[in-house]
Design a protein around this ligand. Structure first.
Ligand code: BGC
Length: 453
């Protein structure tokens, strides 16, 4: 029998680059705070990396919204159509998920909107509302410069989308045109909103302290309630005390602000992405990239001879083969048990992994996901400190937060350490963030137009 070398200490050492100290997190908070101020400021907004878009949503739901609404949720690899019936203290919701084939994600904008309109019409037929005229809330989870509640110009695509002819254009108009081209269904688009906004709205329907909406899913972003006096770009009706701001913090770091904590793995994820140099913070946090970060570290350690006896597999060396859901699965194993880890490694053609290899793989997953949770926590603590309210609930959605076994706990711990003493917070999982939120925004808009507000 050969000598069994324990490589774990070496691997732990190598993984140190993925550890962000509290001092570094506080520096990140300082930089993010400045970036938020730049985004809100009249003279600094144009050059600001973190855009802090106004959402034109000023009123949170008050629970009195009633009626039947459609919602559309576009922002990841799938999109959803929903129909929602709001009643007194209850709602009834039905939805259907439609795939967006890759050729549509990277094709033309016209084809994308035609595809969405076709799915909408089919959905209306299936739910026997094909003949009705319905209001629709459109969750569109990309950086959007909003000009009003029903007008928004796409600033850039993220998360693997690259449809041509949409950047710089009004997305609501794009969808309206596609609906008009069909000519068969009657839909009034009442509002366009971000998924963070939808999440905040849907949590605020139940919990009136909810003043931050967060997504940690395919992408990463947050919105929050800001005092109107701090929003220098606001030109809407006066008299409103608060505004909802869509920070688009996924772009934080695009100017190098995070370079002092970025690693070779981050760099590699970035250069081989569809949008190099863009969405730097998002690429360190979100589900679209987390698995790939882990894979790159595993590849490095295999090549160094520290893992799998120096022997990888075709799949291990293939980009995108380590899904982010694997990170959640591997970390769901109890300490000392490697059942899920073994399954994942077998799927990747690494059945020769030893128990020491599995412990190392788990450690890499933990380092990558913990770093993500800490970066998100630094962001949330920055917002909480800025808002300076005694108690704020953060409404959260997204696959990483929802399915990772420790993300919630890691966030609670880290935010408590970073937030100014005396400020209380809690983290609330949204039941159905973006979809229901979109319908609620549409409902609030309708409530206001019915009341003539
Ligand atoms: C988009 C945001 C969105 C986030 C979460 C980012 O890539 O730019 O608008 O909120 O993903 O879906």
């Amino acid at each position: 029998m050969g000598i069994v070398v324990n490589n774990l200490p070496r691997i732990r050492e190598e993984c140190e680059v993925l550890h962000i100290s509290d001092r570094q997190l506080r520096e990140i908070m300082k930089r993010l705070h400045q970036a938020l101020l730049d985004g809100l400021g009249k003279d600094t907004h144009a050059k600001s990396i973190v855009k802090c878009w106004l959402t034109y949503i000023q009123d949170l739901p008050n629970g009195k919204e009633r009626g039947k609404f459609l919602a559309l949720d576009l922002g990841g690899t799938n999109f959803r159509v929903l129909i929602i019936n709001l009643g007194a203290n209850h709602f009834d919701m039905q939805s259907k998920i439609y795939a967006i084939p890759n050729h549509i994600m990277t094709g033309s904008g016209v084809d994308l909107f035609d595809h969405i309109a076709e799915c909408l019409a089919n959905f209306m037929k299936e739910h026997n509302v094909y003949e009705e005229r319905l209001a629709l809330g459109f969750t569109f989870s990309f950086p959007l410069k909003q000009i009003g509640l029903t007008k928004g110009i796409l600033e850039r695509w993220t998360k693997g989308f690259s449809c041509s002819g949409v950047v710089g254009e009004d997305v609501v108009q794009g969808l309206k045109d596609a609906i008009a081209r069909r000519g068969d269904v009657q839909i009034d688009i009442c509002a366009i909103l971000n998924d963070t906004t939808g999440t905040l709205m849907s949590c605020a329907w139940k919990n009136h302290n909810c003043k931050i909406g967060l997504i940690v899913g395919t992408g990463s972003n947050a919105c929050y309630v800001e005092k109107t006096e701090n929003c220098e770009l606001f030109d809407g009706e006066p008299g409103k005390e608060n505004l909802l701001i869509n920070t688009e913090w996924g772009a934080f770091g695009d100017d190098g602000a995070l370079d002092f904590v970025r690693t070779e793995f981050d760099n590699e994820v970035d250069v081989s992405s569809i949008n190099p140099g863009k969405q730097v913070q998002e690429k360190m946090i979100s589900g679209m990239y987390m698995g790939e970060l882990v894979r790159l570290a595993l590849v490095k350690f295999t090549r160094m001879g520290l893992l799998f006896g120096g022997q990888g597999s075709d799949l291990l060396f293939q980009r995108g083969s380590f899904y982010t859901k694997y990170v959640s699965e591997i970390e769901s194993d109890k300490q000392g048990d490697f059942t899920s880890c073994m399954e994942v490694l077998e799927e990747l053609g690494l059945s020769h992994a030893t128990e020491a290899d599995m412990a190392a793989v788990r450690h890499v997953c933990e380092c990558v996901s913990r770093r993500a949770a800490h970066l998100v926590s630094a962001g949330i603590a920055t917002l909480l400190n800025k808002m300076d309210e005694p108690k704020v609930t953060v409404g959260i959605d997204g696959s990483v937060y929802r399915f990772h076994p420790h993300f919630h706990t890691l966030m609670c711990e880290k935010i408590s350490q970073l937030v100014r003493p005396g400020l209380q917070f809690d983290l609330m999982l949204s039941e159905d963030g973006s979809g229901r939120g979109a319908a609620l925004v549409a409902a609030v808009a309708c409530r206001q137009s019915q009341q003539g507000v």
